[in-house]
Design a protein around this ligand. Structure first.
Ligand code: AMP
Ligand code: MG
Length: 412
């Protein structure tokens, strides 16, 4: 499969900007990553902390499990007695402390999660027993495991159970619940403004008129910001009008730490974003990156905010957020974020004609663990992305991935 490589400068359009040099992606990444600042911290209820970045270690206030407990439903007894019939002396449901000590040829009926009675050194599973007559059972198995989780075997009081610097997942919230950590210190979220730019855009609830399209970038970016653990605020659609765009950009800069504008950074007659940013006193650090899709990605700094101008095509916007903005947001919150990467073989040969830019290719992974580029018609083809499991990068100077060649897949 071969994707079209993007065209060069379009003659006649914005001639002042048409010869701007592209910077390598790695350089753009370094510029972006050295521009952030560290956000502060705040304390929030643990059950509101999903996706937030943990800023302090979580320490256990108990041994886990807090007592020796049964891991199966069955009978607590002495392993030495398994060849003989056993008298049932007590029933121990979960939540009740045992009252009787298990002696020779005795057992207590016990439920999963209940405390082990003293004297017992194993729990035989109910499936491995038969009832001889009321109050007496026999082990009919060949072998039994202990089926006891020992006090403190999963962790001890005072242990660090979650380390600062991780993004909080549902399973982390379960750990916090289990150690009673009901208030949690997290990094403050950078406030991220999102502005869509383009006179052709209508909001998703509208039926587009002739020559209009729906604004898919804003909601995509809001969702990406949310999964990065930050707070997005949508500022609406700016028409391709310098004054209107400038007003929204100035307002967003004043109210946020990061401002993302999509559209208007290419070289059309109405691509006003670079000039608007200059008028808003943003110091522009780059306007062209050697990456495909996403070449016109623009980046600048204002004393009040970090500003990104992303290309309007939704796949470009998605990918540039993943490549540049997610790592920045993570770093600002002290999150050592590394994408999950899998080394897998190509299922088919992939070629391209031009090799000046790093190319990002959406791919699926077959059931056999092979990598197949998705059918993808270019950066406007947003419906291609939901079918992709990940992305691979073809570096500058490379034109072919051979069938069977090992590539690094980053999950998206
Ligand atoms: P631009 O970067 O403004 O030249 O836009 C490039 C392409 O992306 C054009 O086809 C636009 O219509 C489209 N586009 C721009 N903004 C959006 C948006 N917010 N949602 C979906 N498509 C967009
Ligand atoms: Mg536009």
């Amino acid at each position: 499969m071969c994707l079209k490589s993007g065209g060069g400068a379009r003659d006649g359009f914005n001639s002042k900007r048409k010869n701007i040099a592209m910077i390598p992606f790695e350089k753009a990444y370094d510029i972006v990553m050295s521009s952030g600042f560290r956000t502060g911290t705040e304390v929030i209820p643990y059950d509101d902390s999903l996706n937030r970045i943990l800023a302090e270690d979580v320490v256990s206030d108990i041994d886990m499990p807090p007592f020796d407990k049964a891991t199966v439903d069955g009978f607590a007894c002495r392993k030495a007695d398994l060849k003989d019939d056993l008298d049932i002396i007590e029933t121990i449901p979960a939540g009740k402390w045992p009252e009787k000590q298990v002696g020779k040829l005795q057992c207590s009926r016990i439920m999963t999660g209940a405390a082990i009675p003293s004297g017992a050194d194993c729990v035989i599973m109910v499936e491995d027993t038969e009832i001889i007559h009321t109050g007496k059972i026999r082990f009919k198995g060949v072998f039994t495991k202990k089926n006891i989780a020992l006090k403190g075997e999963d962790g001890q009081k005072g242990d660090i159970v979650l380390k600062a610097g991780k993004q909080i997942k549902p399973q982390d919230i379960a750990v916090m619940a289990s150690v009673g950590n009901v208030s949690v210190t997290v990094s403050k979220m950078p406030q991220v403004a999102i502005i869509s730019s383009g006179s052709e855009l209508v909001e998703p609830s509208h039926v587009p008129g002739i020559s209009q399209i729906r604004n898919s970038n804003a909601s995509q970016l809001m969702a990406q910001v949310k999964t990065a653990g930050a707070a997005g605020k949508y500022y609406g659609i700016a028409k391709d009008d310098e004054k209107e765009t400038l007003y929204l950009v100035i307002k967003a800069i004043a109210e946020n730490e990061i401002v993302i504008i999509t559209g208007g950074v290419s070289m059309g007659d109405f691509d006003f974003i670079p000039s608007v940013l200059e008028r808003a006193e943003v110091k522009i650090l780059f306007t062209r990156v050697a990456v495909q899709p996403g070449k016109p990605t623009t980046f600048g700094l204002h004393p009040k905010a970090i500003v990104f101008g992303l290309p309007g095509n939704p796949v470009s916007s998605f990918i540039q957020f993943e490549l540049l903005i997610r790592p920045l947001i993570s770093k600002m919150m002290g999150f050592e974020w590394h994408p999950v990467i899998c080394q897998l073989p190509m299922n088919e040969k992939f070629t391209r004609r031009s090799d000046e830019r790093m190319m990002i290719i959406p791919v699926t992974i077959t059931n056999e663990g092979q990598v197949t580029p998705v059918e993808y018609h270019g950066s406007a083809h947003i419906s291609a992305l939901p079918g992709a499991h990940g992305i691979i990068a073809m570096p500058v100077g490379k034109r072919i991935f051979e069938k069977g060649e090992i590539v690094s897949v980053r999950y998206i």
